[in-house]
Ligand binder design. Structure first.
Ligand code: NAP
Length: 301
């Protein structure tokens, strides 16, 4: 760290739907921020808010004590951290890489080990709470890695999230995130199935949502995505193709563990239909359109 009393200098790589509001919250909390985004243009709002933009992950690392990555999948994380002009080429021994993307526990452990050889610390710290949680700074952050590193990064985590849980050693943050995604998939499916059922019966769907959201059937998916399904608003908070990436990771892990993930497999198969229909870049609430077709009804107004 640059100085024990001062705030660490933070680097941020990946200014997408999640990364951009998370970076803005770090600036709001007073962290000095160096950023990189593959599509340079997308960094503009963060630069206007005070971040310094550089042209490679390596340069981000050269300027930072803590380097955050939130890109797409396992191959992207390997590329920005271990690839040419990647974080590992610029990071000083003693600096800490915090990967907040959702990837496999196995790849997370590989990256931990590769960085450890260079004396660079790592935490796998995927998030939950969606784009709304990223904007509000209320993400749940599930962290795998060394306890001492978690404490060094606590202030950074607190600028972006509300619930920060150190769940275990390297890879355990990602394992916990896959558990989270099993729950997301099944709650999403429950929301779609229930609303399709209500629609076919001719019920007033806004009244149904009002009646059931606060009781034992309530969930984040129901409260946040149920109204969007009724409005016919399929703009992404979390894209279908990203949930598919995560369910594939969960199913690979379940294969390895020999645990049947029956409901998760079902949602994965149904979302294939959504991807085939061209809805891969829409929000996960687009699953309801697959069920609408199966039931020959319409949930959207
Ligand atoms: P997104 O909007 O598609 O953003 C992805 C970001 O990663 C973009 O900045 C993209 O750069 C960058 N990127 C991807 N591959 C790259 C590569 N090979 N090299 C350099 N940059 C690369 O996705 P998102 O919704 O923010 O999701 C990011 C991560 O958070 C994913 O792992 C996702 O599963 C996870 N997550 C998302 C949510 C959610 O609700 N959206 C919730 C929890 C977790 P470009 O701008 O150049 O494309």
């Amino acid at each position: 760290m640059s100085n024990a009393a001062a705030k660490p200098k933070v680097g941020f790589i990946g200014l997408g739907i999640m990364g951009q509001p998370m970076a803005l919250n770090l600036l709001k909390a007073g962290f000095e921020l160096t950023v990189y985004n593959r599509t340079a243009e997308k960094a503009r709002p963060v630069v206007e808010a005070g971040a310094v933009q550089v042209s490679s992950p390596k340069e981000v690392a050269q300027n930072s004590d803590i380097i955050i990555t939130i890109v797409t999948g396992p191959d992207d994380v390997k590329e920005v951290i271990l690839g040419p002009n990647g974080v590992a080429e610029g990071a000083r021994p003693g600096s800490i890489v915090v990967d907040m993307s959702t990837i496999s526990p196995k790849v997370a452990r590989e990256v931990h080990a590769a960085l450890a050889e260079k004396g660079i610390g790592m935490l796998d710290a995927p998030v939950s709470g969606g784009d709304t949680g990223a904007k509000a700074g209320t993400l749940s952050i599930m962290v795998g890695g060394d306890a001492e590193l978690v404490e060094k990064c606590r202030g950074v985590f607190e600028a972006m999230g509300k619930k920060i849980t150190h769940v275990g050693g390297p890879g355990m943050g990602q394992l916990t995130k896959l558990v989270n995604q099993v729950l997301v998939a099944l709650n999403l499916m429950a929301t779609c199935e229930a609303l399709t059922f209500a629609a076919k019966a001719g019920a007033d769907l806004e009244k149904v949502l009002e009646a059931v959201s606060g009781g034992a059937a309530g969930s984040w998916q129901l409260s946040n995505l149920g109204p969007k399904m009724v409005e016919g608003d399929y703009r992404p908070g979390f894209m279908v193709k990203l949930l598919q990436k995560d369910l594939k990771l969960a199913l690979e892990e379940s294969d390895f563990l020999h645990v049947p993930l029956l409901g998760t497999s079902l949602v994965h198969q149904l979302l294939r239909k959504a991807e085939d229909a061209g809805w891969g870049d829409e929000g996960t609430q687009a699953l309801v359109k697959v069920l609408e077709e199966l039931a020959s009804t319409r949930v959207a107004k």
